[in-house]
Design a protein around this ligand. Structure first.
Ligand code: CP
Ligand code: NVA
Length: 323
C-alpha cells in the first residue's frame, strides 16, 4: 500500500534523506567501505545469470551514458549490463548532445537527472566529472576520466579474485605510465583491499602524490620506482596500460621513446611467480606496453577482464541504486 504522507512529514523525510545522499562512483575511495561486497555481488550475479536465473534487479530503470571519449568495452558492457538487469540504457555522445555545443555541465546534469535513474559519464577531465556529479541528483558512475578508472579496477580485482580465490596479501606490479587513470585507481583499489602495489615507471611519469599517500594509509606496501630490472620478482599480478592515454595523443612520439624500456615481455613475466597472471584493461598496443606473446599467452587473463566489465558494473549499478 502506498501511504501519501502529509506535506509536513514529506518535507521532514526529504530533510532526513536529502538528494545529496545519492551515491556516486568517481574514485575508488567512494567504495572503500563496501568494495569486498561489490566484488562478491558481481561474482554471485555472474554465476546466477550464467546458470539461467533472471537478475532483473533494475527493472524499468534507465541508465544515461555520456561519452566525451571513445569506447568499446565501457559502452557495450554498460548497455548489455542494464539489459540483463531488466532496465534500459541510452547512449549519449557529446557530438550529438548540447553539452558538445556549449550547454553547461550543471544544466546537463540537472536535466538528465529528471529523466534517468543512473548516469555513466566518460569525461575528458576529473574536474568536469566532479562538477557533473555535484549537480546530478541521481548516482553518477565514472566510465573513466584523466585521473581514475574505478569501474576497470573494480573489474580487475573481481578477475583476480576469480583466478586466485583471494585478494589480501597478493602483490600487483604495474609497469608503464604511472601518471594515468589506471595507475591511480590501482594504487587505491589494491591498497584498500589489502594488496601490495608497485608502480614501475620513468620518474617523469610517476603517479600524483595524492594517490600514493592515500594508498599508503591502508597499511599495505606501496612502492613507486623507475627500476625495471627484477621489478616483477614475486608478483602475483603483472599489469600495464597504454603509454598514450586518450588526451595524450600529441605526446605520442615522445612517450613511445621515453617508455621504450618498459615493455612487458616474456622475460619480465618469467621473473614473476609461476602462477602469476597478466592484466591489461585494453585497448592494447602490441610491441609497446606489452608483447603480443604475453598478452595472448597462457598467463594472460585480458579477455576474462574484458568480460568482467559487464558483471562488475552490474554489481556497481545494483549497489548504487540501493542507496
Ligand atoms: N578498458 C576500457 O575502458 O575500454 P574502452 O575504452 O573500450 O571502454
Ligand atoms: N589509460 C587509458 C585507458 C583506456 C581504457 C586511457 O585513458 O586512454
Amino acid at each position: 500500500m502506498n501511504i501519501d504522507f502529509p506535506t509536513t512529514i514529506r518535507l521532514k523525510k526529504e530533510m532526513a534523506f536529502p538528494t545529496s545522499m545519492k551515491r556516486d562512483l568517481i574514485s575508488m575511495l567512494d567504495v572503500k567501505d563496501d568494495l569486498v561486497e561489490i566484488i562478491d555481488l558481481a561474482i554471485d550475479l555472474k554465476q546466477q545469470s550464467k546458470s539461467g536465473a533472471s537478475i532483473e534487479l533494475l527493472k524499468g530503470k534507465t541508465l544515461g551514458m555520456i561519452f566525451e571519449k571513445s569506447s568499446t568495452r565501457t559502452r557495450v558492457s554498460f548497455e548489455v549490463g542494464m539489459t540483463k538487469l531488466g532496465g534500459h540504457a541510452i547512449f549519449l555522445s557529446t557530438n550529438d548532445i548540447q553539452l558538445g555545443r556549449g550547454e553547461t555541465i550543471e544544466d546537463t546534469a540537472l536535466v538528465l537527472s529528471r529523466y534517468v535513474d543512473i548516469i555513466m559519464y566518460r569525461a575528458k577531465s576529473n574536474k568536469a566529472m566532479k562538477e557533473f556529479a555535484e549537480n546530478a541528483t541521481v548516482p553518477v558512475i565514472s566510465g573513466l576520466d584523466d585521473k581514475e578508472h574505478p569501474c576497470q579496477v573494480i573489474t580487475d580485482l573481481m578477475t583476480i579474485k576469480e583466478h586466485k580465490g583471494k585478494l589480501k596479501g597478493l602483490n600487483l606490479v604495474y609497469l608503464g605510465d604511472g601518471d594515468n587513470n589506471m595507475a591511480h585507481s590501482y594504487l587505491l583499489g589494491c591498497a584498500m583491499i589489502g594488496m601490495n602495489v608497485k608502480i614501475v615507471s620513468p620518474k617523469k611519469y610517476w603517479p600524483d602524490k595524492y594517490y600514493v599517500e592515500e594508498a599508503k594509509k591502508f597499511g599495505v606496501t606501496v612502492e613507486v620506482t623507475d627500476k625495471i630490472e627484477k621489478s616483477t620478482d614475486g608478483a602475483d599480478v603483472v599489469a600495464t596500460d597504454t603509454w598514450v592515454s586518450m588526451g595524450d595523443e600529441a605526446e605520442k612520439t615522445k612517450r613511445i621513446k621515453e617508455f621504450q624500456e618498459y615493455t612487458i615481455n616474456q622475460k619480465l613475466m618469467s621473473l614473476a611467480k609461476p602462477d602469476a597472471i597478466f592484466m591489461h584493461c585494453l585497448p592494447a598496443y602490441y610491441g609497446y606496453e606489452v608483447t603480443k606473446e604475453v598478452a595472448h599467452g597462457k598467463q594472460s587473463v585480458i579477455f576474462d577482464e574484458a568480460e568482467n566489465r559487464l558483471w562488475a558494473q552490474i554489481g556497481i549499478m545494483v549497489t548504487l541504486n540501493k542507496q
